[in-house]
Design a protein around this ligand. Structure first.
Ligand code: NAP
Ligand code: MG
Length: 477
């Protein structure tokens, strides 16, 4: 097969405006934290990008108290129309600094510049725009005539969409009149700290947003602080469960966005070339580090061979490599730890008897990379069909009837997302009714919009982010 030769088209890393060190953002100022500084690395090269100060328990206490004061004295009493102006300003400044944020995100996280530029950063800005619009219309959101904020929100986010997850968390909190203490992930703190710069540039009153980098213990201190009224967590199911246990009886409002093992269901009447694009986007977008990734492909038996063949041909053209190169489709795995986890699960797939196919594409020898991989002949009992791999690895299963497709799709403890590919509208509705997932995409996958609520149930968590439904998590209703 012929593939086109491309000349490298790297985005310049100077655009990221990288600084040798970053400090945490507390009560309106950038200050040294009391914790041991961490080093954030570029997963594509393993070089240290910057040193980042981290918070200790005293810093968490000061941040929560600053957020409490700011909420009671300034942000809570402020009319919604005034709050909206600040939130709009954040949205505009993200758009203004979009290139800088995109390059920085790709350096720190490893995701391709094409995605940080076209998805993460514009969607982050869109979340602030959307929620700015709600700030003066909360009376009409369907939660009563004068819905009140909750107070201080303690928020903990993962490394897969560092800026976007910060936006998902901060925008609705601010629009509803809450203040924020946010802990970004240890491996990807940089864009959240540039967002803090933007928040300072937008002249938000001190204490309204605080960003405290650090490890899991800082996250635990934030969510456990008695001055926090609402906890929002995105991350693994295990940590989510431990947070839920630790908050039991505290009266704090909690939302959890956790893992997933989504089924992407392809019927034999689907436009197969289009479906293949959707399958590729579903599992190879963001190196598969996506909680709602379509990691289980369920394909109708009559077209299984054809789909698999088309899939191999298409996946072999994906370019793996330098995240800053505009031609790159699949970037670096975020950390050595995550790479090891992917390798371990892939080895289990082989030893349990699934047929492994890995793209013959060239892979850089420095940094953390994993070539796109497709397992056929997967049975429901295998670990690669049950556990979240969180990497560029697809497990393919087959079905004969719609009932069997539903039964297999729902055979998971998770319930975050699902996809359906078929020409038949009635079948889409029939499936959507039966699939136990928070989001069901029809003839598309991995679509995100601030107006559409996102979230799961069962082991994928509870509560919604985005849209009118997402406001509930930040209001006393
Ligand atoms: P993780 O280990 O749960 O970490 C998530 C965040 O929690 C990080 O900031 C982490 O800090 C912090 N943390 C760790 N232990 C904590 C504790 N005991 N108390 C409070 N905070 C703690 O998850 P991950 O492996 O980094 O992220 C991947 C997972 O997130 C996947 O399972 C994925 O499905 C899920 N995810 C879900 C969604 C969704 O919307 N449903 C979106 C994205 C990702 P450190 O960085 O220091 O570990
Ligand atoms: Mg990093």
């Amino acid at each position: 097969m012929t593939t086109w030769e491309y000349a490298p088209a790297p985005e310049s890393r100077d655009i990221a405006n990288l600084k040798p060190s970053y400090r945490m953002f507390l009560d309106g100022e950038f200050v040294e934290g009391g914790g041991e500084p961490l080093k954030s690395i570029n997963p594509a090269t393993e070089e240290v990008l910057a040193e980042v100060s981290t918070a200790d328990r005293d810093d968490v206490d000061r941040a929560v108290k600053a957020a409490g004061r700011a909420q009671e004295e300034v942000w809570g009493p402020m009319p919604g129309a005034e709050r909206a102006k600040y939130v709009y300003r954040i949205a505009r400044l993200i758009a203004e600094r979009a290139r800088e944020l995109a390059v920085l995100e790709s350096l720190d996280n490893g995701k391709p510049i094409r995605e940080s530029r076209d998805v993460d950063v514009p969607t982050a800005s869109a979340h602030f725009f959307h929620h700015a619009g709600w700030a003066d219309k909360l009376d009409f959101a369907g939660y009563g005539p004068d819905p009140r904020p909750l107070g201080v929100a303690g928020q903990v986010i993962p490394w897969n969409f560092p800026l976007l997850m910060a936006a998902w968390k901060i925008a609705p909190a601010l629009a509803c009149g809450n203040t924020v203490v946010l802990k970004p992930a240890e491996t990807t703190p940089l864009t959240a700290l540039v967002l803090a710069e933007i928040i300072q540039q937008a002249e938000l009153p001190p204490g309204v947003v605080n960003v405290l980098p650090g490890a899991g213990d800082v996250g635990a201190a934030v969510v456990g602080h008695p001055g926090v009224h609402k906890v929002a967590f995105t991350g693994s199911t295990d940590v989510g469960k431990s947070i839920q246990r630790s908050l039991a009886g505290s009266g704090k409002k909690l939302t959890l966005e956790l893992g997933g093992k989504a089924a992407n269901v392809v019927f034999d009447d689907a436009p197969l070339d289009q479906a293949v694009e959707g399958i590729v986007n579903g599992i190879f977008f963001n190196q598969g580090h996506v909680c709602c990734a379509g990691s289980r492909l369920l394909v109708q038996e009559s077209v299984a061979e054809e789909v698999l063949e088309k899939l191999h041909r298409r996946v072999a053209t994906l370019r793996v490599g330098d995240p800053l190169d505009k031609n790159t489709d699949v970037g670096a795995i975020n950390s050595r730890e995550q790479l090891t986890k992917i390798q371990e699960l892939v080895a289990s797939g082989e030893s349990e008897g699934a047929e492994r196919w890995t793209s013959p594409c060239p892979v850089p020898d420095k940094g953390f990379f994993f070539a796109p991989t497709v397992f056929a002949g997967v049975s429901q009992a295998m670990r690669i069909a049950r556990e979240e791999i969180f990497g560029p690895v697809l497990s393919v299963l087959t079905f004969r009837t719609p009932d069997e497709a539903v039964a297999k799709a729902n055979n998971t403890p998770y319930g975050l997302s699902a996809g359906v590919w078929t020409e038949k509208g009635s079948r889409i509705l029939w499936m959507a009714d039966r699939l136990r997932a928070g989001v069901v995409w029809a003839n598309t996958f991995n679509r995100f919009d601030p107006t559409a609520p996102f979230g799961g149930y069962r082991e994928s968590g509870f509560g919604r982010e985005g849209g009118r439904a997402g406001l509930e998590a930040y209001l006393d209703v």
